[in-house]
Design a protein around this ligand. Structure first.
Ligand SMILES: Nc1nc2c(c(=O)[nH]1)N[C@H]1C(S)=C(S)[C@@H](COP(=O)(O)OP(=O)(O)OC[C@H]3O[C@@H](n4cnc5c(=O)[nH]c(N)nc54)[C@H](O)[C@@H]3O)O[C@H]1N2
Ligand SMILES: Nc1nc2c(c(=O)[nH]1)N[C@H]1C(S)=C(S)[C@@H](COP(=O)(O)OP(=O)(O)OC[C@H]3O[C@@H](n4cnc5c(=O)[nH]c(N)nc54)[C@H](O)[C@@H]3O)O[C@H]1N2
Ligand code: SF4
Ligand SMILES: [Mo]
Length: 688
């Protein structure tokens, strides 16, 4: 690619974002020139976010270009360059030594969402299976929302997001689509041009709520109460589809007697929304033709999140909102892709079942005196756990352990890479091949490399294969290239090879309308939606309800730490991806604590003051932004953040507790409690 020519390439956005946008990339003389949305893709329609349209800030930005070996203290971030051969020798020797002393499970490969490409993301699993390393339960993001949706529906599909354009009532529920799902908003705007109303259910007057016709600013963690009271109204006012419920659900007299007491008055006390407003919302929902609820994962990040997601998912069922195109609901689309990724992960390599460690409890595992065998080596791909996991004080303590050998494969220097013994430079999606499904729309896409690797960067796939061979595993699976794996994965899954896809770079995987809109029943064996889910956890309420298990329901803690604290995603970054770019950080600005005048006043806080935000896990100092955009009693700091952003040199998740969320684990990132105290200025306070 040495010539000076301009070329256009198709690929897909690899980031952990439901849109998985189809991209058109222009390169010139072997350099990235432009990243734009593909106008021909029916969901992307040429619209992508500002983060990725400025991808050159990462691609040509502060990239890691060579393997690095730690020089100073753990976490000090001092390294020197070494070659790949030496790096792989050191890695293999360190792993082997620990495996001999403690057994193979002492090694814990860890990965999450840096790239969502199926070949790169899951690559390390085949080595995990082959070597008998500890496995990972990937719970940090979708676990709770998935549990809530699957409990009732039994299948992870939903209405096509493109059909939002045909809806007459769009409800964004616990999702800040205007910040996190820009392409989706195109369809919302189209619906509104045709007369649809937009309702946002969110404790914060977020970007989406500012555009809405109606904003229901409920208390965090009270969505179950709101949805249950809506069911009450639909039932009492004969807005149910009785025929549909009879055929495709377990609706019955027990549920009706449960709903009896769950009226809007009851929900007002829990949600903080006036009963009359709840009644009006339920009627509107029951009376329009094609209401579409886009459920976000935002509202699942609460201790009672699964119960709340289930309760909201019951609404389209109750009135059969699925009947018309443009109606229904969507959480995620993952169930539409029947992928067999054995070619990537090689589950057959696992001789004996090895233990599975929950990623969200990484801090606990690394500091546990009793875990047997202890984790003494980690290999981290696609993730920045020091910043993104809860209880980050404990995570940091774990990574500081002298006896822990940590390998981090990264594109840029991060909070986590700083704690590595060995840092390996990673390619970007423009430099490696992969195949992408999506969790927010229904197409599969291919993405081939269009640039040469930067410096000595290598892909996840290549690093895994090279390391496997150094460890003495000579299976054919550790010799194949990425395209071969893509081809095999497609064949094993029953999909056409990429070269035969009718639309070129993407494949329409949309399930038929009666499947995605549940006109032929739900995913459970009896085909019925479950208003009474078979929750594994017996303490969970039998029917849609309010489940008071959140931080504020622990009265002792709630009294000492009187404010709810949430850390929803910021528009300018994607988790911590882009935080390595100075320009992106500038756009993001310094961390701000949003608090309501009613909470600021008694604490003597005005906008621009320095405040200390504290709870039993720690304290972080940031500036205050006094605003009515948050509810009284709620404070918010947009995420995610690196340690450097705070004078304490600790990441935002210092303040996030890591308690497991029912029923299967996951993190209640938006369910924390804090107290806020004004502190003397550390520098001239300017108005944020
Ligand atoms: N407080 C708070 N914390 C949160 C959340 C929140 O809302 N609030 N959200 C949570 C959610 S939803 C999620 S999904 C997690 C995300 O947590 P993580 O998955 O840890 O996400 P990122 O911080 O984006 O880290 C991804 C890293 O992978 C690197 N990377 C990208 N591509 C590649 C590649 O091809 N190879 C390799 N080796 N590395 C690559 C990037 O440079 C980046 O540093 O964070 C969670 N943390
Ligand atoms: N710009 C940007 N885009 C992103 C990300 C990012 O970090 N930045 N992260 C990506 C990732 S990994 C994911 S998983 C998705 C997540 O994206 P979504 O599924 O869209 O969810 P969020 O946007 O995280 O939802 C955040 C909203 O939930 C609200 N919320 C919090 N608690 C509650 C509650 O109890 N009830 C209700 N009703 N609302 C509540 C918050 O106020 C906030 O407005 O976004 C992806 N896209
Ligand atoms: S909106 Fe999401 S999928 Fe689309 S380009 Fe931006 S980060 Fe990627
Ligand atoms: Mo996520």
């Amino acid at each position: 690619m040495a010539s000076n020519d301009t070329r256009r390439h198709h690929t897909a956005c690899p980031l952990d974002c439901p849109n998985t946008c189809a991209l058109q990339v222009t390169t010139e003389g072997g350099k990235l020139k432009e990243v734009a949305g593909d106008a021909e893709h029916p969901y992307t329609r040429g619209i992508i976010c500002g983060k990725v349209s400025r991808y050159e800030e990462i691609q040509n930005g502060p990239r890691l270009t060579s393997p690095l070996l730690r020089r100073g203290e753990k976490g000090g971030g001092e390294f020197f360059n070494i070659g790949w051969d030496e790096a792989l020798d050191i890695a293999a020797a360190s792993l082997r030594e620990r495996m001999q002393t403690f057994g193979s499970e002492t090694v814990w490969p860890f990965y999450y969402g840096g790239t969502m490409g199926m070949v790169q993301r899951g690559a390390v699993e085949r080595l995990t299976h082959r070597a008998g390393f500890s496995r990972i339960a990937r719970t940090v993001c979708a676990e709770v929302a998935e549990a809530g949706w699957m409990a009732g529906m039994g299948r992870m599909v939903g209405s096509d997001p493109q059909d939002i354009a045909k809806s007459d009532l769009v409800i964004l529920w616990g999702i800040d689509a205007a910040a996190t799902q820009l392409p989706l908003m195109g369809f919302v705007k189209e619906a509104r041009r045709r007369g649809a109303k937009l309702v946002v259910v969110d404790p914060v007057l977020n970007r989406s709520a500012r555009m809405a016709d109606w904003h229901l600013a409920l208390r965090p963690g009270s969505d179950g109460a709101l949805a249950t009271a809506m069911l009450h109204v639909l039932w009492r006012e004969n807005l149910l589809d009785r025929y549909y419920l009879e055929k495709w659900s377990d609706w019955g007299p027990d549920l009706e007697s449960h709903l009896e007491s769950r009226d809007p008055q009851w929900a007002e006390a829990i949600t903080g929304i006036p009963a009359e407003e709840i009644r009006r919302f339920a009627r509107l929902y029951g009376e329009v033709k094609a209401p579409f609820i886009r459920l976000g994962m935002g509202f699942s990040r609460q201790a009672n999140g699964a119960v709340n997601v289930h309760a909201v998912s019951a609404l389209p069922v109750a009135r059969n909102a699925w009947k018309e195109l443009g109606g229904g609901a969507l959480l995620m689309t993952g169930g539409a892709f029947h992928v067999n990724d054995a070619a990537v992960k090689q589950p057959g390599f696992m001789k004996e079942s090895t233990r599975i460690l929950d990623m969200s409890r990484l801090g606990v595992w690394l500091t546990s005196p009793t875990l047997e065998p202890p984790v003494t080596a980690m290999m981290i791909f696609n993730a920045n756990p020091v910043a993104t996991l809860p209880d980050s004080g404990l995570v940091r303590e774990g990574f500081s352990r002298r006896d822990l050998f940590t390998i981090v494969h990264e594109q840029v220097m991060t909070d986590t890479a700083r704690f590595a013994d060995l840092v390996l430079p990673a390619t970007t999606f423009l430099e490696h091949d992969d195949l992408y499904k999506s969790y927010g729309q229904y197409s599969m896409q291919s993405g081939w490399a269009c640039l040469s690797p930067t410096g000595l960067a290598r892909s996840n796939h290549q690093v895994v294969n090279a390391l496997a061979r150094r460890l003495g595993y000579h299976d054919a699976a550790f010799r194949e290239d990425e395209r071969t794996v893509v081809a095999r994965l497609l064949r094993d899954s029953g999909y056409l090879p990429v070269a035969q896809w009718p639309k070129g770079h993407w494949l329409d995987c949309r399930p038929p309308r009666e499947v995605r809109q549940f006109q032929g029943g739900y995913g459970h064996r009896d085909g019925r939606f479950r208003f009474a889910p078979a929750w594994r956890n017996r303490e969970m309420p039998r029917f849609p309800d309010h489940w008071p298990v959140n931080r504020r329901d622990n009265l002792e803690e709630a009294a000492r730490y009187p404010l709810d604290f949430m850390t929803p995603p910021a528009m300018e970054v994607l988790n911590t991806t882009f935080l390595a770019s100075e320009a992106a950080c500038k756009r993001l600005g310094k961390p701000l604590l949003w608090l309501h005048p009613r909470d600021a006043g008694p604490r003597g806080i005005v906008s621009g003051d320095w405040v200390k935000v504290e709870n039993p896990l720690g304290a972080l100092t940031m500036k205050a932004r006094v605003t009515e955009e948050v509810r009284p009693g709620l404070v918010v700091c947009y995420s995610n953040r690196k340690s450097e952003d705070f004078p304490e040199n600790r990441p935002l998740n210092l303040l996030s507790h890591g308690d497991r969320v029912a029923p299967f684990g996951g993190v209640a990132f938006h369910d924390n409690r804090v107290e806020v105290i004004r502190v003397e200025s550390q520098e001239e306070g300017e108005e944020p």
